[in-house]
Design a protein around this ligand. Structure first.
Ligand code: CTP
Ligand code: CA
Length: 226
């Protein structure tokens, strides 16, 4: 495997990464989720750890091995992810939120398996809380990187999210083209940085993409004390 040049800014940095989907329970045998595989977040955790960072990975349910040396905390629902991530944030230097967090959760969870009937079934959903926006509101010294999954108007939505959530960088993912983005090994992305730099990346493997993103984060630390 080709050795990438060192990124000294990461050495000893505390890095928090979230990854994967969340699952929102409907009844004891059913849940709502999404197509996120967690691969981008796990690749980032591995790449940051390889660069000497102290990495904590908060993951939804995925089928991936924990990168060596990375501290992994598993969660299931959006609410659990909030409860783990928000308290950790104050201690970190860098937080990267790749997780595909559910925006809605069933307003009530059925205690017993829902039986079918001849009627249509309606499940009332309520909004979850936006973890990334909360981190943006609490941010003091941390560098905060968000992701955006879009199927249209990628740049406009990404620009809105970087402002609204007080981010330093957003990685916009076009999940429209089948095979790119969610649940795939390749990822075609557009990066928008608070310094207004807009970078497009070609389709690369997720490992290469992870290294590329860490390179793009580096300028955000410049001008800060080590
Ligand atoms: N996010 C979060 N908590 C939520 C929802 C989203 O932390 N409850 C984070 C994701 O981890 C991601 C970013 O917000 O880093 C953008 O997620 P995305 O779904 O693209 O945007 P939303 O703000 O949820 O808006 P919408 O789904 O309507 O596009
Ligand atoms: Ca969302």
């Amino acid at each position: 495997k080709e050795q990438k040049p060192a990124l000294p800014y990461l050495k000893g940095k505390k890095v928090l990464i979230t990854a994967g989907p969340t699952r929102e329970t409907i009844d004891p045998v059913r849940f709502l989720s999404n197509r996120s595989s967690g691969k981008t977040g796990f690749a980032l955790a591995q790449a940051a750890q390889d660069q000497g960072a102290d990495v904590t990975l908060v993951s939804g349910p995925v089928q991936l091995d924990t990168p060596p040396g990375v501290k992994r905390i598993d969660v299931v629902s959006a609410k659990e992810m909030w409860e783990v991530v928000v308290p950790l944030f104050s201690e970190v230097d860098l937080a990267i939120k790749t997780a595909a967090v559910a925006d809605y959760t069933p307003k009530e969870t059925f205690r017993h398996k829902v039986k079918k009937s001849d009627e249509d079934l309606y499940i009332k959903m309520e909004r979850t809380r936006d973890i990334l926006a909360e981190l943006g509101a609490r941010k003091n010294k941390q560098i905060l990187v968000g992701f955006a999954a879009e199927t249209k108007n990628l740049n406009q939505y990404a620009e809105a999210k970087i402002k609204e959530k007080n981010l330093d960088m957003i990685v916009a993912n076009n999940v429209n083209d089948t095979g790119v983005g969610f649940a795939s090994d390749d990822n075609q992305i557009t990066i928008l940085r608070r310094d207004h730099e807009l970078v497009k990346s070609d389709k690369k493997g997720k490992e290469e993409l992870a290294y590329f993103l860490l390179e793009e984060i580096q300028p955000l630390f410049e001008g800060e004390d080590a």
